[in-house]
Write a new protein. Structure first.
Length: 253
């Protein structure tokens, strides 16, 4: 699997190889390398507020309504008038944008521009509490937390090993991984492939074909959305590709 970055937008795209049952129009599994697995595992690090923000227009259930309610609520009803609703609508995460595919959504921050987080505390230094959001009311004295605190530690690309991508991340790059339609992940081997085909009761292998697809921000959003309400996630994300593949019988690149 390869990755590429656009110099004009920090959008990252990967290439995935799918094994598709064209007759049933479903993805059996994807052959993926480290970058895609790190992306999947990083989804668990997204705060629920970030997930809701990403999926507001296509949100399943009522979390989207909560987001909309916060967005539309007048500041008159806030406990502290200087409180910023972005604390809830745009929660801060310490995962740098360059190392999480979805963070490229709605932002044009480049990896080389990533700076260490800005931290603030109240002037009274209550309990040494700090916040990422400027002017957040101190929970102890009520004063706005606007005294800058110096962040000590690795920043920019030096922190790559903690977040995924490159030589860091969660999994080793020495093997290829198999990602099932329901996003179950395991190291790929001939035995595991045969076992899966047997488990799925595949009798006619002539209907099985390889398909190469690109996976970018749009597909990442669709994967996140599908993972919240169905088990055939890869099929859901790439269904239109599968139909084209079936009709044209040409491998997509």
């Amino acid at each position: 699997m390869t990755t590429s970055s656009s110099s004009s937008s920090s959008t990252t795209k990967m290439s995935l190889k799918l094994l598709v049952d064209t007759k049933a129009e479903r993805v059996l599994f994807a052959e993926a390398s480290k970058d895609f697995i790190d992306f999947l595992f990083n989804l668990h690090r997204l705060p629920i507020g970030v997930v809701t923000k990403l999926l507001t227009k296509n949100m399943v259930g009522s979390l989207g309504k909560i987001y909309e309610s916060i967005e539309n609520l007048s500041n008159t009803y806030l406990l502290h008038q200087n409180q910023n609703k972005d604390i809830l609508l745009k929660p801060k995460t310490l995962i740098p944008p360059g190392f999480l595919l979805l963070s490229n959504y709605d932002t044009d921050i480049k990896e080389e521009e990533i700076e260490p987080p800005k931290l603030y505390m109240c002037r009274n230094r209550c309990k040494s509490s700090v916040t990422l959001v400027l002017n957040t009311p101190c929970s102890y004295c009520g004063y706005a937390m606007n005294t800058s605190v110096i962040y000590v530690g690795k920043n920019k690309l030096e922190a790559k090993g903690n977040y995924g991508g490159g030589e860091g991340g969660f999994v080793k790059e020495v093997v290829t991984y198999m990602v099932m339609d329901d996003l179950m992940v395991q190291p790929m081997s001939t035995i595991s492939c045969i076992a899966l085909l047997n488990k799925l009761n595949i009798k006619n292998v002539s209907s099985l074909q390889e398909m190469n697809v690109e996976f970018g921000v749009h597909e990442g959003i669709e994967l996140l959305k599908a993972s919240l309400h169905c088990n055939n996630v890869l099929t859901s994300v790439f269904h239109s590709n599968i139909k084209i593949k079936k009709e044209s019988n040409v491998i997509l690149y």
